[in-house]
Ligand binder design. Structure first.
Ligand code: AMP
Ligand code: MG
Length: 401
């Protein structure tokens, strides 16, 4: 068995970073920038009011209450055709351009307008610049907005469009093919024949890929047949940036994925010192990373978490410190038992936040075939080799959701 960290390093070493593409802002959420974005214009583009109210000369209202003549109204989106002279004010709406002559805004709540609208009484004095948002106060021309390696959030997309930028250079989503293998697998609601099970891994893995920001490609379910598996893998690498296979990588007589990949690819077979997900095949086929994940449903998900997701994040340009989930410390709410076996265990736990800390308790049956507990889990609790953790013990948690 090899330590988890060593297996993870091998995987990461085989995952190359994808080439740069230009995408529309609408398709860019979650992708990682490859360029330095520099502001080509000011945001806001002009001095404008932060409040509905009256644009005034600050000096005119120094001795408030004071009554001013209303010179007109300025709406947002319309350039002002008024100059505010001495003793005058202009009604102004949030976001509208500050008119020439005015140097402050009094919010409407501090004013009273005469019934015919011709005069306004201002109740309080206001300093120069009051409620005025200056041009360029958010971004100035030539300012670096963000650099390469930035994971684009909705806020970033808003910033780009606020600058009139509708395209951005990024690493693309990885197109990742998923194929399941096993003569026992069936798809569909028909009654199972004895010995058959339903293919769940392919659907789980496709969804995990979407969640990880990849572009999943369903490559179907293949029989335990060398030719079929070889053809499926070759077709997969033609159209994908990476492949995930499920099943066929253990020690069984019909574990052909391992055999075929050995023949046609450049693979490493690892027995990783973890439970679940001990067997892992990883390597390159025509230069494309192939993750041979174990068939047991919980194992395939945990293996995805620990190996495929970090590798794919690297490929998509995510910063190194974010390839793996960052563990958070919590506390064990109920004993999490295990036996010493030289492996690190990843227990499926529910996590609640109470009194300022994360409390973890088992999410159910911990067998690698018991997918329902994985589905119920909020986190994987890291149980170091030994006989488990007791109530109250600190525990490292990989939060899944
Ligand atoms: P294998 O790695 O092929 O030896 O499979 C290990 C276990 O996982 C067996 O019990 C398989 O029936 C089960 N298994 C394999 N593939 C899938 C799948 N796609 N969906 C659900 N269970 C699977
Ligand atoms: Mg199998």
């Amino acid at each position: 068995m090899i330590p988890l960290a060593e297996a993870q390093e091998r995987v990461l070493a085989g995952c190359g970073i994808l080439g740069e593409v230009t995408v529309a802002v609408g398709d860019a959420q979650g992708l990682v920038t490859t360029e330095t974005v520099v502001a080509p214009e000011l945001v806001p583009p002009f001095d404008n009011t932060a409040m509905d109210g009256f644009a005034v000369r600050s000096a005119d209202v120094a001795d408030a209450p004071v009554t001013l003549a209303v010179a007109g109204t300025i709406a947002a989106g319309v350039p002002p055709d008024i100059t505010v002279g001495a003793g005058q004010a202009a009604r102004i709406m949030t976001g509208a351009v500050i008119p020439p002559g005015a140097d402050a805004v009094v919010m409407v709540e501090l004013t009273e307008t005469r019934a015919d609208g011709a005069e306004v009484t201002v109740a309080q004095s206001v300093p120069v610049g009051n409620h005025i948002r200056r041009a360029g106060e958010d971004l100035t021309v030539g300012q670096t907005v963000f650099g390469p390696g930035e994971v684009l959030t909705p806020g970033h997309l808003g910033v780009l469009t606020s600058l009139g930028m509708y395209q951005v250079k990024v690493r693309p989503k990885a197109r990742v093919g998923v194929m399941s293998t096993g003569d026992e697998l069936v798809e569909g609601p028909q009654p199972l024949e004895r010995g058959q099970i339903r293919d769940s891994n392919r659907h789980t893995l496709l969804a995990l890929l979407s969640e990880a920001g990849c572009d999943p490609v369903d490559l179907g379910s293949l029989a335990d047949n060398e030719d079929e598996i070889a053809a499926g893998l070759r077709a997969g690498v033609e159209k994908c940036d990476a492949l995930l296979t499920s099943g066929g990588v253990s020690m069984g007589d019909y574990d052909y994925v391992k055999k075929v990949l050995n023949e046609i690819g450049d693979m490493a077979w690892m027995q990783v010192a973890i439970k679940p997900a001990k067997p892992l095949a990883f390597g390159l086929l025509e230069g494309i990373p192939v993750f041979g994940l174990p068939g047991n449903p919980v194992s395939s998900m945990v293996s995805f978490e620990l190996f495929a997701r970090p590798g794919l994040r690297k490929m998509m340009g995510h910063p190194p410190g974010t390839w793996h989930r960052q563990p958070v410390m919590g506390r064990v709410a109920e004993r999490l038992g295990r036996r010493p076996d030289g492996k690190t265990h990843f227990a499926r736990v529910r996590v609640e936040y109470a009194d300022g800390e994360f409390l973890a308790r088992s999410a159910g049956g911990q067998g690698s075939h018991q997918l329902s507990a994985m589905a119920a889990a909020d986190a994987l609790a890291v149980l170091p080799d030994g006989d488990g953790l007791d109530e109250g013990d600190p525990v490292s948690l990989l939060i899944l959701r």
